[in-house]
Design a protein around this ligand. Structure first.
Ligand code: MG
Length: 205
């Protein structure tokens, strides 16, 4: 976001959000961009989303932002123990435990019966296709999938500059996912240059 827009736009804040942002900085936990979280919040409001499934809670920032700024109920999955513990603490500090349900697990091993109106994928970047296919049955027709970090710091569109083999492998996986998402027969998708690259897909049916 340009400095002009940064100075103009105001992100909804309170003491809890300030604390979580500070904690993310201290722990070097990556969090969603300002424009990304606002996009997500506004989509939830426009589409009157009641139930959100989030893959990748980290320390709970995005779930808390969604809960504080919409009426949605959020189920969020985190496999990292430290992040999960922080998320639990942050959610309970905000008295949001009745609106945010945290699950400590690898999302690829979680089985959910519930249906959701929106799925937000922001976890292990090499696994997005698996997450999408796993939870597609839990998404209502007309439901929305939003994925974060599809440009991965600009590396996906500029792979030549990557030297590390491991990083190149990951970036290739994200690139492959982006193509598969756009071509996926069950969704109408578009990838936006919002934050670190954000997609919105609408489930057909
Ligand atoms: Mg992210």
């Amino acid at each position: 976001m340009s400095n002009y827009l940064k100075s103009l736009n105001k992100l909804p804040k309170n003491d809890l959000i300030d604390k979580v942002l500070l904690e993310a900085k201290e722990l070097k936990t990556p969090i969603i961009s300002d424009e990304g979280i606002m996009f997500l919040i506004q989509v939830i409001k426009i589409a009157k989303v009641k139930k959100v499934l989030e893959i990748g809670s980290a320390i709970g920032y995005s779930a808390i932002m969604m809960a504080l700024n919409t009426n949605a109920e959020i189920t969020t999955i985190e496999k990292d123990e430290l992040s999960y513990d922080r998320a639990i603490k942050n959610v309970s500090n905000g008295n949001l435990s009745s609106r945010i349900k945290l699950i400590k697990a690898d999302a690829l091993e979680v089985e959910l019966e519930e249906m959701f109106d929106l799925i937000f994928i922001d976890a292990a970047k090499g696994q997005y296709l698996k997450f999408l296919e796993r939870f597609k049955p839990n998404l209502n027709d007309g439901g929305i999938v939003i994925c974060d970090n599809l440009l991965f710091h600009g590396l996906v569109s500029d792979k030549e500059q990557i030297e590390s083999k491991r990083l190149k492998g990951l970036v290739n996986k994200i690139d492959d996912f982006n193509h598969k998402l756009i071509e996926h027969p069950d969704f109408d998708s578009f990838i936006y240059e919002i934050g670190d690259g954000l997609s919105m897909s609408i489930k057909k049916g």
